[in-house]
Design a protein around this ligand. Structure first.
Ligand SMILES: [Zn+2]
Length: 152
């Protein structure tokens, strides 16, 4: 009558992966999570065609997150109309949210902008175009790299 044993089976397992950085994902994991268009831009440094993206002409107030990992990257406060056909910002939400890489591909000398959290490709930044914004910079970002969270 006293052969009842306590079983430790119901102790929840601690999974250390839960705290690992998103940058550790494999290409296959990204392919599973992203649409083909998102994968091509975010993980293969592709570029969406101008005037076709979701946000190039958007004036909604809110925060633009990384489409791949959800990190907050830009806000509507720094977005401006550059008429280039891609969402344009004159600054990121904060330095440190994005990282910069010298890009000499396609015969051009450009500065690539990536998400600092997951290292996904966002677009390029151009300087000194005289567009009349506070930094004289244009962060030319693919819509498909971003997700707008409208201010409530
Ligand atoms: Zn990211």
């Amino acid at each position: 009558m006293s052969n009842i044993e306590k079983t430790p089976e119901s102790v929840p397992a601690v999974t250390p992966e839960a705290a690992s950085p998103q940058a550790a994902k494999t290409d296959q994991q990204w392919r599973d999570e992203l649409t083909p268009a998102e994968f091509d831009v975010l993980r293969r440094s592709g570029t969406e065609r101008p005037f076709t993206g979701e946000y190039w002409d958007t004036h909604t107030q809110g925060v633009y997150q990384c489409r791949a990992c959800g990190a907050e990257l830009f806000t509507s406060g720094e977005k401006f109309d550059s008429s280039c056909g891609w969402p344009s910002f004159w600054a990121p939400l904060a330095e440190g949210n994005v990282r910069y890489i010298h890009d000499r591909s396609l015969g051009m000398d450009r500065v690539e902008v990536r998400c600092a959290t997951c290292d996904s490709h966002l677009g390029h930044v151009f300087e000194g175009e005289g567009l009349g914004n506070p930094t004289d910079q244009r962060f030319c970002i693919n819509s498909v790299s971003l997700k707008l969270v409208p201010a409530s």
